[in-house]
Design a protein. Structure first.
Length: 203
């Protein structure tokens, strides 16, 4: 079997070592304190966002731009998705550690935690069904429904968060624009594909 260092499950290993190593390095440099947890949250939010965008946009980008880079993205969409999950569960660990420093964050407005909680439930289910055996057990239709609804919910949580941050600077505006642009592109391609199917059926 051909082994590649740039494709497949090794990408998940890179993500685990990279994001995990980054968090360990932060604590080693800055110490175990609230400010370090906050630095880690910001850093892992960014790595999670990048990995999510790559996985979420892979199919749409491939349909629009038939270049080697988009072919690589599409081939590795599953592994980028699991890499995103790896990064985001490390992010969740840091969120949980906030309970030690600032427990009031979890009790003051519990309703605000619900969208993120649902996103993590989806993420856990999507990760568990990212393997051939579990995907086959779930079935193609249910797998597609889970991953479509779950990915769009995660997109919604990211987009809602970064939309509220646009007043903080240009970087946040760019992130929000990218998230909206990806969604518009995906929806446009679905609409175009549906129109093409109707034309073929009519002919």
């Amino acid at each position: 079997m051909k082994c590649s260092l740039t494709e497949g499950w090794i990408l998940v290993l890179y993500a685990a070592l990279g994001v995990g190593g980054m968090v360990v390095a932060l604590f080693a440099v800055y110490g175990i304190e609230l400010a370090t947890v906050q630095r880690g949250l910001l850093a892992t939010a960014r790595t999670s966002l990048v990995l999510f965008v790559l996985a979420f946009s892979a199919s749409a980008l491939r349909r629009v731009w038939r270049v080697p880079a988009t072919a690589w993205l599409l081939r590795n969409r599953r592994y980028l998705g699991v890499s995103f999950a790896t990064s985001h569960f490390i992010h969740l660990g840091l969120i949980a550690s906030l309970g030690y420093y600032t427990p009031e964050r979890f009790t003051a407005k519990p309703a605000e935690l619900v969208p993120g909680f649902i996103a993590y439930v989806f993420l856990a289910a999507m990760t568990a069904t990212s393997f051939d055996r579990t995907a086959a057990w779930l079935g193609k239709k249910r797998w597609r429904l889970l991953h479509t609804v779950g990915s769009w919910w995660i997109w919604f949580v990211f987009t809602a968060k970064y939309t509220t941050y646009v007043t903080r600077g240009t970087g946040y505006i760019v992130i929000a624009v990218v998230l909206y642009a990806i969604a518009i592109l995906r929806v446009a391609l679905v609409i175009r594909g549906g129109g093409a199917r109707r034309k073929r059926a009519a002919s």
